[in-house]
Design a protein around this ligand. Sequence first.
Ligand code: HEM
Length: 500
Amino acid sequence: MNQSLKQQLHRMFDFTFAALFLVTFVGVYYWYRRPKNFPPGPRGIPFLGVIPLFGKWPERQCNEWKKKYGPVFSMRVLGREEWIVLNDFESINQCLVKQSNKFSGRPFFEALQTLIHGKGLSFLDYGPLWKSQRKFGQKIIRGIGLERKGVDSCVNDEVPFLLESLRATDGKAFDILGILPKSSCNVLCSVFMGKRYEYDDDTLCTLVRLFSDVFHSSFDNFSLQLFIFAPKLMYIYPFSQSYKKLKKLFEDYAEILNRVIAEHEETFDKEHPRDFIDAFLKNMKEGSDKNFHIEQLHMYIRDIFEGGIETTTNTLNWSLICLLHYPEIQTKLREEIREIVGQSGSVKMSHKDDMPYTNAFIEENLRFLTSAPLGFQHKTNQDAEINGYIIPKGTTVTPNIWAVQNDPKYFDEPEKFKPERFIDEKGNFIKSEHVIPFSVGARRCMGEHLARMEVFIFLVSMIQRFEILPDPESKIPVLNDGINGPTFVPYSYKLIFQEI
Ligand code: HEM
């Protein structure tokens, strides 16, 4: 090789080396750079972020990171996107309640937005549209301006049908998911559509399938969780299959709602709105608010069903599993129920204040089996400050509800199921501000009142009339394991209802 060629190769090598060094330096700088005064936290694996580190329990992993980084930390979810996780009650309260005007936005979830087109309620960003729609929904849930029975009657009226279906199991082992979601769905149908359905009615069965089944498939539940962190996965096999399923659910739902709306139109009387749909149509026909239109009505009711069926069913289901694990608690509950309500009397919300142990059991259930462990994601709609850190506008913020409800600072031996923790020495029920399954602040669950009513009335009615027993042929699900996604759901099992 002559001298000049050697020199040329040398120069080329030097140049390549320098370019590589520069690219690596810029890459590392870019990778480590965070906004000024931003909370510290794990960056995870380049491009993949922390997702591969989550394992099955993202909320528990976040609780571990809290020990290293403090209650407010950031984590890189994909590429360079940073999320803020709030891991104790104080920081959640500081952000979602005290600065609710800054922390009540919603991030843009591509998988869902391709289907809901910025309509509904739960995924609306903070602003005038969300405010007016939320105000409207809250009024309806309280029964204001409607010519129909109150929400509590909608729950009470469903009880005989629930009990009848349980009776029909005739002391044989069965899957409670064949019944409970139908009861929960019917309560929502009564409040929002003004009608309930028989338990074998096709419409009811389809609605339950649409809003419940996806959470009970481990893979689909996992995919939905992944789409929140990594939306592009919805286009990639096998996750694209879950997205396709979701899309089909939307189409089936639209078909049912079109039919129900058409029935309302036929008998509509603007002077006498009977339910949510009538009240919505009235606003639509008056035309003073352009945000009341058919697509919005579809997506609003969809959000209600999505928010209300699975969560309430799940809470009741975990309660029943607790009763199987702790028969002595079941006996104690039944004693209190029979003393206050009687052996066959109808359960009323007015009984609740006289039933401290039942209240304590429900509260412990809501604490111990956090339905939505990482809550629902929020977004800052202005620059904000927390614990001396700056959170820029547009940042995704998630409350770790599981971490609060399992924090030894507030709960002695949080890993144990102990309803007594909510009873004082005089035997009174003491509610804890640290039990926050419905979240807190402006965006807290809109159905909390209805859900609490349903859980109390359904549960008490079931324990009053039936002894709830394990199926000797199947295993009772353990309390600290299940399908973990946007909601924490028990594995399928069977149980026995023995009439007493
Ligand atoms: C035990 C049952 C329930 C639990 C544990 C639960 C939990 C939650 C949670 C954690 C949120 C997110 C709050 C936030 O963004 O910080 C939420 C929102 C919501 N829930 Fe529930 N929920 C339950 C029942 C219901 C019911 C029965 C309804 C139907 C009326 C409902 C309707 C909604 C709606 C519409 C939202 C969105 C509110 C908004 O974005 O403004 N939920 N729920």
